[in-house]
Design a binder for this molecule. Sequence first.
Ligand SMILES: CSC[C@H]1O[C@H](OP(=O)(O)O)[C@H](O)[C@@H]1O
Length: 364
Amino acid sequence: MSLQSIKYSRGSLEILDQLLLPGQSKYLVVRGVEDGWKVINKMQVRGAPAIAIVGCLSLAVEINPEDFETKKSLRQEIEGKLNYLVSARPTAVNMKIAADELITLANDLYKDEAINVTEMKQRFLDATEAMLKKDIADNRAIGANGAKAILQRVAETGAAPAGSTGSVRVLTHCNTGSLATAGYGTALGVVRQLAELGKLEHVYCTETRPYNQGARLTAYELVHEKFPATLVLDSMVAALLRAKNVAAVVVGADRVASNGDTANKIGTYQIAVVAKHHDVPFYVAAPLTSIDLAIPGGDHIIIEERPDREMTHVGEHRIAAPGINCWNPAFDVTPASLITGIITERGVFKPAELKEAITKLLES
Ligand SMILES: CSC[C@H]1O[C@H](OP(=O)(O)O)[C@H](O)[C@@H]1O
């Protein structure tokens, strides 16, 4: 059993094939950008941060053995391949943000006459590799900030009878753990931090049809960590919040707009509506690399639609009647009005505060 979604050393990249989990733990070699695009598009690796990291590292392993004659040719290769990788999946913003930052770096290195083409390639490789450690550090900070916010909210409002040690019950959706990032996770990082503090009474995870990230991946992580956890059907969330004293909902994000509207796995929006009805605080956990200040609201987020077969079949077994039409959006948008707080590595923000707060942080 492995929770390491990405295995990398300079010149070598492997990803854990998440389509085979939990039955098989098999790593796939990613030789370059074409392989990177395919494993992202097929969702053999998925999760907004992991998509960006695997995409960028697939370029790193491709250019590592190459000798570029000029800085211009290297710059052109970097820009063209990164923009191609952005097309693998349209909703998560992380790959686009990483591509823009690395293209800016390549342009700056290209213009710096003190740097030759060999040094330019090394600096680029260093920058892509730094994403791995930064993501894990960001996730641990998200975990700490999120656990503190949830425990503080419960203490202030007494919203849900806490467990014997003041511990809490939380609900999460989809997979936002080590299998969606370089490690530790975002929303699942908050769950891990609650457990480390001795404050996790119970975690509920939804199955998350049709890809079943919850039943196959989050349950896999929770069992691996030996957390007190229960799998629930997507259709059970209202009954769960009514009956089980859930203190908070914490989910991930694929793209947070500047007003706090958030695109996340399909089903997130209706969980937020049910949480509002039951007065359960609803948190989004996301690194700054998932926040898109360039768009004003959720209506501007492209929602990926995926193949019907993901709905009509479980593995090779058909479960839906042949000939039925399907609608399979992979994400939905939760309006900021339903979100209690956005948990980032730099702090927890109300949606209305987000744009100003993040702008200041990025400028500092
Ligand atoms: C920290 S992962 C964020 C996000 O990505 C997942 O989508 P997918 O499994 O389709 O890549 C899910 O929406 C998670 O919340």
